[in-house]
Design a binder for this molecule. Structure first.
Ligand code: MOS
Length: 749
């Protein structure tokens, strides 16, 4: 596909399908149980694999007794480091920045609790579970180090995938000399574990050296060569199917040990194998959000302008890998700050390795920054919204670039009006409701970068007037099946129901990562371009055909829409696609596409989605129990492809922000290093009864620079801003700021 054209669309336009609040194209399949998730697959001769996890967090396995497991009826094999063949690629080698070091029974070291130490394969799931329970291990145990005061400190080379760990601009000391006051805050955020509804799973089937894998995955184009490398086969021998994911949040963008063990077991036993993680196994080998200890300081002049911003983050990672949440990069482009200094340090915990988790870096960092800004507003004697507007960034102060588009002012206004912010008393503890509950209002700014990935897509128009469009893509529940379908249909100038649409397997052109909130822009841009490429070819045929009403119109702008090609200058002049193909005797036209972001734009502009979130909390004056009662956000993210689904994404993000602020925390036992709350009884997330009135409003934004279609992302935006808004509302209710998240009763007393 070297000659894949990178075209802005000239022959089609977004509009007939895009912009409509279509309901989910995959909705019926999902609610009727027809949607096939990875673990739903049961190929002939299937075996079940269950891994036994280490019960210590650091040390070595000195003895593994597998006799009882092997003797259990139905158990056919137990894999241990002793009998497991080496992979073709060292699983501790990092071949790309996306490659995580994984544990695949290649050594006896234990690096975190729950690390796979043996895999039991059986004829039934029950036998495999029982077999794993019967594995007896002895260890040479070292004390586990979990927590910033216990772990080993180190200086990181990068945060996130490859972002520099330090950044500075302006003269921090010189600005500070002019400051009238400053605020400084230290806040900790906990380990948080990705807990998608669908735990990671794999069904693997080998046919010689060809491999078929059913596995939920956010980045098929990376996973296919990644799996091939581990197993020493050409990438084209791997078929990966991932039509539906029950959530991903970043944890399904990377390959992990347990799923590779399922594939390995299938190769060893020459039968298909299913390995699905149990809920408690999600707390270790499949990444999590780093814990952080952050310090944020703002210096302010006598006119209440921010002069200097300093953010330091101590961030956790594992003992054996280096992924760090980039918390201290969250404020670089947020407020007008002439001097900026941010830096990360690292601390090694005896946990699994962290990774990207919804709004990585920004969620964690903004949770602290938004509190610091509110404290600065308080010091300035200004309303928090007024203070933010007073320090509104008209350019990205980290690099001086203008924003490609920034409708944040409109977001502030829209959300503040909907919330009724003007009635807010400035001092804390002033509002009580009719039940006597202390009521507080707080706000936060949402921001998330707008990256763009080089996705590819294909479209085919057939002579009967039907069409097909496809890209590997991934729907984690965010609505890719629907939004991408809408963009594909607009690309072909047809109704969505008249095209066949396909995503979610590796035979399709690489739709790139569903991550970074860039999937709609990237994969959707590719689909739209592929359709446009078809219609461009169709226009070439029509304008050269003397029997076409479009004959000779080669230099005019032609538009394909509703299955008809016509002159932009006079829509009455045109004809159906089918007529053009029929006369030309052509069965089908195939088009290829990639979305496009102009290189010059990338260098010229700072590209972000923005928003504002307002929160109301009620605090019991006797028990200090905190409840969120209202959350209202307004967001600007360029062109919105499907308002219903965009709001759904933003609402989900805001609820996760609430989860971050009040509920989520992975707790490890200090003595053993084992996770203490590795189930949904102990690992708290908001349930419906916790979720109040949540409203996401969309603000129009025309972004002519971010990419050809002006589409940005909404997947991660909603969590940012919300966390701080809730903490600020708690302060406004009772006048207390807590030193850590989640906000707990004991810290409020
Ligand atoms: Mo995301 S954390 O880019 O899936």
């Amino acid at each position: 596909m070297a000659d894949t054209p990178m075209v802005a669309a000239h022959h089609v336009r977004l509009g007939s399908n895009s912009g409509q609040s279509m309901t989910r194209k995959d909705g019926l399949a999902k609610v009727t149980g027809k949607a096939n998730y990875a673990a739903d697959n049961r190929p002939e001769g299937l075996l079940h694999a269950v891994f036994a996890g280490a019960s210590i967090a650091r040390g070595r396995v000195t003895l593994l007794d597998t006799k009882a497991a092997l003797a259990h009826p139905g158990v056919v094999h137990v894999m241990t480091p002793e009998n497991t063949p080496a992979l073709s690629q060292d699983p501790d080698e990092k071949t790309t920045p996306f490659t995580a070091r994984i544990d695949v029974l290649q050594h006896n070291d234990v690096r975190y609790a729950g690390q796979p130490i043996a895999v039991v394969v059986a004829e039934t799931l029950e036998a495999a579970i029982e077999g794993a329970r019967l594995i007896k291990a002895e260890y040479d145990e070292q004390p586990a180090r979990i927590g910033f005061d216990d772990g080993e400190a180190f200086t990181p080379e990068a945060v996130g995938i490859s972002t520099p760990p330090k950044f500075a601009t302006g003269d921090l000391e010189a600005q500070r000399k002019q400051a009238a006051s400053s605020v400084s805050v230290v806040v900790e955020t906990p380990l948080q574990y990705h807990n998608a509804m669908e735990p990671h799973a794999v069904v693997a089937a080998w046919d010689g050296d060809k491999l078929t894998v059913d596995m939920p995955n956010q980045a098929i184009g990376l996973a296919k060569p990644g799996i091939a490398n581990y197993f020493g086969i050409p990438a084209e021998n791997v078929t990966l199917r991932s039509p539906y994911l029950g959530g991903g949040f970043g944890s399904k963008a990377v390959l992990f040990g347990p799923q590779m063990l399922g594939i390995l077991a299938a190769r060893e036993l020459k039968r298909p194998v299913k390995l699905a993680l149990k809920r408690d196994q999600m707390f270790g080998p499949v990444q999590h959000r780093s814990a952080t200890r952050q310090t944020v300081r703002y210096d302010i002049d006598a006119d209440n302008r921010l002069l200097a911003f300093e953010h330091q983050a101590n961030v956790s990672t594992s003992s054996f890998d280096n992924w760090l949440d980039g918390a201290a990069n969250a404020g670089l482009s947020l407020y007008a700050t002439p001097a900026i200094s941010v830096a990360h340090s690292g601390t090694r915990f005896d946990t699994g390795t962290p990774g990207a988790m919804r709004a990585p870096g920004i969620a964690t960092g903004s949770a602290v920054i938004e509190c610091a800004i509110d404290m600065a507003a308080e010091k300035a004697g200004m309303d928090p919204l007024e203070f933010r507007l007073h320090n509104y960034a008209e350019k990205d102060h980290s690099n001086g670039k203008p924003y490609s588009a920034k409708a944040l002012r409109e977001c502030y206004e829209t959300a503040a009006n909907a919330f009724g912010w003007t009635d807010r008393p400035p001092k804390p503890g002033q509002m009580r409701d009719e039940d006597g509950l202390l009521t507080g209002w707080g706000m936060g700014t949402s921001i998330f970068h707008a990256p763009f990935f080089p996705a590819k897509a294909r479209a085919v128009l057939r002579k009967d007037g039907t069409a097909r469009a496809e890209t590997s893509g991934a729907d984690m529940g965010q609505g890719a099946w629907t939004a991408l379908w809408q963009m594909a249909a607009d690309g072909l100038g047809m109704a969505a129901d008249d095209i066949d649409f396909d995503i979610g397997h590796s035979d399709l052109p690489d739709g790139s990562v569903a991550g970074g909130s860039a999937h709609t822009a990237s994969a959707g841009g590719a689909l739209f371009a592929a359709g446009n490429d078809v219609i461009r070819q169709l226009a070439e045929i029509a304008t050269k055909d003397s029997d076409s009403p479009l004959f000779g119109a080669g230099n005019e702008r032609l538009i394909g829409e509703n299955g008809r090609l016509f002159k932009a200058s006079d829509p009455s002049v045109g004809e159906p696609y089918t007529a053009i193909l029929e006369r030309a005797g052509i069965d089908e036209i195939e088009g290829q596409g990639r979305g496009n972001r102009d290189k010059a734009s990338t260098e010229t502009y700072a590209m972000f989605s923005h928003g504002a979130v307002f929160a109301e909390v009620k605090v019991d004056p006797d028990l200090y129990q905190v409840r969120v009662t209202r959350l209202i956000g307004a967001f600007a993210a360029g062109r919105i492809i499907n308002p219903r689904l965009a709001k759904s994404q933003l609402t989900g993000g805001m609820i996760w922000g609430m989860s971050f602020a009040l509920h989520e925390e992975g707790v490890h036992d200090k003595r053993t290093g084992r996770p203490l709350n590795n189930d949904f009884a102990g690992y708290h997330i908001p349930v419906l009864a916790d979720v109040p009135h949540v409203e996401a409003l969309l603000v129009d934004e025309d972004d002519p620079h971010v990419n050809d279609l002006g589409v940005k992302g909404v997947g991660e935006l909603g969590i940012t801003g919300t966390v701080g808004a809730i903490a600020n509302a708690v302060w406004h209710a009772i006048g207390v700021r807590t030193p850590r998240y989640p906000i707990k009763i004991e810290d409020l007393l």
